[in-house]
Design a protein around this ligand. Structure first.
Ligand SMILES: [Zn+2]
Length: 387
């Protein structure tokens, strides 16, 4: 049997399977059941959170002639047609490569014809913000008075670029980034169905790297699965996805706290020798510092930070002696470094200089404090006050 990518195989079939967007699923389901369905939708949110998937689910759900109004049956002519990959009643275009007014006119031409199989003709326009001004204008008239068999679904990652005239004519849904917990939950479910043995850390790593995107998570999961087969552990996931271990960041932070420049170089060297590149290392460390800072300030949960409970408590209990100011300065150095690294002909020198600056941060602060004290007689103690 040909191998089907997990991402494709486990794509949600109905709104009930859609993870992390329950608020949207509920509203649309209620509208379907109540017969109050809008004719134009705007799905907005970052990449990989389920916008296009939801558009397809909606098209399938509306056109299915099976018994359940909310769950596509998979067997009726419409379900089969859509599953076939080239459906007659669902027209999808990518606005990124069809920006012009002519593209939209062609599409609108098709709205005149009644659906072939299902009840609705569903038009999905992905990355709709890329349409030209003329294309948006051409769309407006039909949006105002669409034929009763037509449903428009617009998806976009940049809703601020969609004209107000369009926004006022669509029902808008804001898709959320997924939490690590939601992603690991779904991956765990897939592992159960596919009989893949794994550990929570392995799935946590995939979820953390996916950074809120279910699509990325499934792609990473596929990569790991191709390598490990049915025994997927954290170590192999790290090596396949090039994720530096968190211990590395704890060592780096410890060396910086102790102003141990040699120690930081050793950690960076060790990382390089195990195949970790500077880019992922710095990106990971920047995220680590940011999370430390948030936990230090308090009032935030592991779920909100998109990290595992284990890492959260370890970060919280680790002796972070650096002040918030120092952590912010380290974050700034890392951000600058990431930008400069891409243009540098000597990345190693750049990385080492940056870590030297981090290791000497506190001393600079001390010096600043000392200078401030000299310039401010009030802080010089009582002997001056007596004069
Ligand atoms: Zn069906």
């Amino acid at each position: 049997m040909a191998y089907i990518a997990m991402a494709r195989k486990w794509r949600p079939n109905s709104f009930k399977d859609l993870v992390g967007q329950e608020h949207i699923a509920k509203t649309i389901e209620n509208a379907i059941l109540g017969g109050r369905l809008h004719h134009a939708f705007l799905f907005t949110g970052t990449r990989g959170v389920g916008k296009t998937t939801s558009a397809r689910i909606l098209a399938r759900t509306l056109n299915c002639t099976g018994g359940d109004p909310l769950v596509p049956c998979g067997n009726c002519p419409s379900c089969k047609d859509i599953a076939g990959g080239n459906p007659m009643d669902v027209i999808e275009i990518d606005a990124a490569s069809n920006t012009g007014v002519d593209n939209i006119r062609d599409l609108l031409q098709q709205t005149q014809y009644t659906p072939m199989i299902g009840k609705y003709k569903v038009f999905v326009i992905d990355e709709v913000h890329m349409l030209s001004k003329g294309a948006f204008n051409a769309l407006l008239k039909t949006l105002e008075e669409p034929p009763p068999h037509v449903i428009f679904i617009f998806a976009t990652t940049e809703v601020n670029k969609v004209p107000q005239t369009i926004l006022s004519r669509v029902q808008r849904f804001d898709f959320k980034r997924l939490s690590t917990k939601q992603i690991t939950g779904r991956l765990k479910f897939i592992c159960g169905e596919e009989k893949i043995n794994t550990d929570p850390e392995a799935l946590g790593l995939i979820a953390e790297k996916a950074d809120g995107s279910m699509r990325d998570a499934l792609t990473f999961f596929d990569q790991a699965y191709a390598f490990t087969g049915n025994e997927m552990n954290a170590e192999s996931v790290r090596s396949v996805l090039g994720i530096p271990p968190n211990d590395l960041y704890f060592s780096l932070l410890e060396s910086i706290e102790k102003h141990d420049l040699k120690g930081t170089f050793e950690v960076v060297d060790k990382a390089s020798s195990t195949g970790v590149e500077y880019g992922p290392l710095l990106e990971g460390f920047a995220k680590f510092i940011r999370n430390s800072l948030y936990i230090k300030v308090g009032g935030i949960t592991a779920e909100e930070l998109n990290i595992s409970d284990g890492l959260f408590s370890k970060l919280g209990s680790s002796a972070v002696e650096l002040g918030n100011g120092d952590l912010l300065r380290i974050a700034k150095i890392l951000t600058d470094l990431q930008g400069n690294l891409r243009r540098s002909s000597n990345p190693r020198l750049l990385v080492e200089t940056a870590f030297a600056r981090m290791a000497y941060l506190d001393r600079l602060t001390d010096l600043r404090r000392a200078l401030a004290a000299i310039n401010d007689p009030e802080s010089q103690g009582s002997k001056k006050k007596s004069s």
